[in-house]
Write a protein that binds this ligand. Sequence first.
Ligand code: ACO
Length: 350
Amino acid sequence: RLGFEIIGTGSYLPGKPVKNQDLMKTMDTSDDWIVQRSGIRQRHFAPDGVGASDLGAEAAKKAIAAAQINPQDIDYIIFATMTPDYVFPGSASLLGTKLGLDGIPSLDIRQQCAAMLYGLHLVDSLIRSGAAKVILFVAAETHAGFMPWTDWSFVDSEEFVVSKEQWALASHHRSIAILFGDGAGALVFRATSREAGLLGIDLHSDGRYADLLHVPGGGFRRRPYWTEEMLQQDAHIPRMYGRDLFKLAVTKLPESIQALAHSTSTSLEQIEWFLAHQANERINEYVRKKLEIPKEKMPSNIEQVGNTSGATIPILIDELTREGKLRVGDLNMVFALGAGVHWGSALLRW
Ligand code: ACO
């Protein structure tokens, strides 16, 4: 049986960190509220004109360098983003071109915060079928594009004076504004005959919950697809029912992890690392306590990075790899729930 191994990792966070205290200059919130409800202290935002494919390319270059391969050995690209450069085409081909990898197949996936799980499923299938040997998986987000403000000068200026309109708009959408940050993570996967790769996966999607986190505007169901009226309704800013998503996450994630452990005859004690999507520290703490997972086995970086949607797990994997914590042979569990909703867990031998 052909498995896969991760031979290179990379990540990229744009610009300088934007702290909770910076956000307090532009909307009604507090550092205490944000830290207590989410665990987040800072996040990064991409500048105007920088797309997910740009952030992704920076992370990918680092992953390719770490893998010590000839970039031309890559025979497939999978790119995950919910904030693509354009409505269409997807950003995978743009990313390929930025890396000088023109002509090889590239695929966009749209599984939001659950992208890593679907990415792993695809990597496993492509490698096992013999369709690909070296796959570049990249996840990148530019949530800055939907932040509820147009004047960004509060980030640089202590003397920033907020307009009434900006304060009202940002405060109205504050649960989105405090949660999301920008960044990219990249992983290079290679086929191996070693006992490594995906040992099991538990995947789910359920469109009944799609409204819990969605962007109302910009789709083609309504004609014309973009109207003045939609702009007035802030239709470019996501609507999130945070409490419902929270409840769904703390129910579905433990269920999925337990089902996967059962179907692979694995006990949770055998698992070295639980690599969780960094949506909200409180969600992960809830899952951890429910499953009695020791704190040191579930690493977190949300405090410094925020929720970068599909990019959180690849960024975390890059950090842990560079710290020498993820070792060959370890049994690790990845889990996530994201808009759609899509959720699940994956068991991997490193
Ligand atoms: N600052 C201060 N007060 C705030 C803020 C803020 N930034 N945001 C909301 N509040 C207030 C609300 O107005 C509300 O006040 P009220 O009780 O007077 O009405 C109160 O705080 C509680 O608001 P909730 O929205 O219920 O707060 P909650 O504890 O649920 O925390 C949060 C909000 C952090 C968004 C949380 O619900 C969450 O993280 N949910 C899950 C998010 C998630 O998992 N998303 C999916 C993954 S991401 C993806 O797929 C792309």
